[in-house]
Design a protein around this ligand. Structure first.
Ligand SMILES: [Zn+2]
Length: 381
């Protein structure tokens, strides 16, 4: 049972993704978890690393919507170096895997972003793929996306998206901006479709889901609001069992009452940060499409006051779930790990602490949801 390359991380509380175990050890070999056992059954000759008293060890966070971090915006720096800076910035907040998220831009820039991610997918364990948020979005619900970059898909777009690629691809689109059959075509190519930045009706949303859309991007924000006789995408998200919807829990984007409602949906809520360069950075401002965005009072906003992503990190999102929404920590943690992992198709090896899962783990102080340590593919960082 013992092996010199194995080592154990021991914590007073190990949350495996669904249950909390006391005095438990996670035995790691290379990047993988070999087994999770009570401390009393641990082989005596294994090297041990013990978390501080009272700490929790949990699956590390997976964020499917990260625009930037460490003073870098992916759109402005669509390069492997830019992505690595963003990855490092988010790691100290417990996020060990993510999808760099590229917002609506020119086809050339989009291609660069896809290539930069492809160059890292097999080499850098934090980079699982790419999220293309746009450009097939509603002008009416553009938010801070440059309306000049929004378009209906062209033949060149179809070719670019159909090309073989490495890693996961998520595309956020407005169903009313794409022709019938387009979503089916992407879904058949193993692309995850999220509905967002949209004025789609309930019926249009239903049709998009029939073609294979399964996700919703930052539910409530930049989409048709739910009305008495037109539920739109929000009603569809909340009543559909096999769907996943992102929530920005920063106490700025969505009122806590609406978030509580969303957590009662029958599908799978996911915490996303929609993070911008100030997360893990030192500067209070950055440029988006050449325009200055400033952080004030926990908001990233344009001069006209329009929100431009967030300055939320994932540990704070989890903490807000607990403190603002009264969600028990063991219910909040899967929203930042297991749920997004299942959505993007990596739930069989990420998002749980169990044999044959990758050792992506976070050590937390459970009282203020403060990150103590993180491990990426078995490596402390
Ligand atoms: Zn957005």
């Amino acid at each position: 049972m013992t092996n010199s390359t194995q080592h154990a991380i021991v914590a007073d509380f190990v949350f495996d993704g669904s249950a909390l175990h006391r005095n438990t050890a996670v035995v790691v070999e290379g990047p993988w978890i070999n087994f999770v056992v009570p401390l009393s059954q641990l082989p005596q000759d294994l090297p041990l690393h013990k978390l501080p008293e009272g700490a929790w060890l949990a699956p590390a966070f997976l964020d499917v919507q990260v625009n930037g971090g460490g003073d870098v915006l992916f759109n402005n720096t669509p390069t492997p170096v830019g992505i690595l800076t963003i990855a490092n910035a988010h790691r100290k907040f417990g996020t060990t895997t993510f999808l760099p998220t590229f917002i609506s831009d020119t086809p050339d820039q989009m291609r660069k972003a896809i290539e930069a991610v492809a160059a890292l997918v097999d080499k850098e364990p934090s980079v699982l793929g790419i999220h293309l948020e746009g450009p097939f979005l509603s002008v009416e619900k553009a938010g801070v996306h440059d309306p000049r970059a929004l378009r209906r898909p062209t033949d060149a777009d179809r070719t670019m998206l159909a090309q073989s690629r490495k890693g996961v691809m998520v595309v956020t689109l407005a169903p009313e901006q794409v022709p019938e059959g387009f979503i089916r075509q992407l879904a058949a190519n193993d692309i995850r479709i999220c509905i967002g930045h949209t004025m789609a009706t309930y019926q249009e949303t239903r049709a998009a889901m029939a073609e294979g859309a399964r996700g919703f991007t930052h539910l409530f924000n930049a989409m048709r609001p739910m009305a008495t006789r037109e539920g739109g995408p929000i009603a569809m998200a909340l009543v559909t069992p096999d769907c996943w919807y992102g929530l920005i829990v920063d106490n700025v984007h969505v009122d806590p009452a609406m978030l509580r409602l969303a957590l009662r949906g029958v599908g799978y809520p996911m915490l996303v940060t929609d993070a911008m360069p100030p997360v893990g950075g030192v500067r209070p401002n950055f440029a988006l499409y050449g325009e200055e965005i400033t952080v004030r009072g926990g908001r990233c906003a344009r001069r006209d006051g329009r929100l431009a992503g967030s300055c939320l990190d994932m540990a704070t999102a989890v903490r807000n779930c607990v403190k603002l929404l009264d969600v028990p920590l063991e219910h909040a943690l899967p929203l930042a790990a297991g749920h997004p992992a299942t959505f993007i198709g990596v739930g069989h090896w990420l998002g749980r602490l169990a044999p044959q899962f990758r050792a992506d783990m976070v050590g937390l102080d459970p009282h203020d949801v403060r990150v103590l340590e993180t491990w990426v593919a078995g490596q402390p960082s």
